[in-house]
Design a protein around this ligand. Structure first.
Ligand SMILES: [Zn+2]
Length: 95
């Protein structure tokens, strides 16, 4: 088991600690599994099946820290702020 820090983008951006395949695994050569093309009854290509290698566990991951989708400061532009007038002065009546 080799744990790596990864940034995942789904379902939410997060810093994740995840298991990874052994880079010199004699079974998968670090690919993490084997892809098998399979066909339908006519011998036509019907898809690819993925067999994960037992040298790692792709379900073994922990989310460490969720990341915001965008920096918060982008939401605080003057046009989005109902109290901002855009010129730095208060818009309350001057009396
Ligand atoms: Zn392997």
């Amino acid at each position: 088991m080799r744990l790596r820090i990864q940034i995942t983008g789904w379902p939410r951006r997060a810093i994740t600690l995840a298991d990874t395949p052994r880079p010199h695994c004699p079974d998968c050569q670090g690919d993490g599994g084997h892809a098998h093309d399979y066909g339908d009854e006519n011998g036509e290509y019907a898809g690819t099946e993925w067999d994960p290698c037992p040298c790692w566990d792709e379900t073994r991951r922990w989310r460490l820290l969720p990341l915001p989708h965008r920096p918060r400061r982008l939401r605080r532009t003057p046009t989005d702020d109902p109290w901002a007038t855009g010129n730095g002065y208060s818009n309350e009546p001057p009396f």
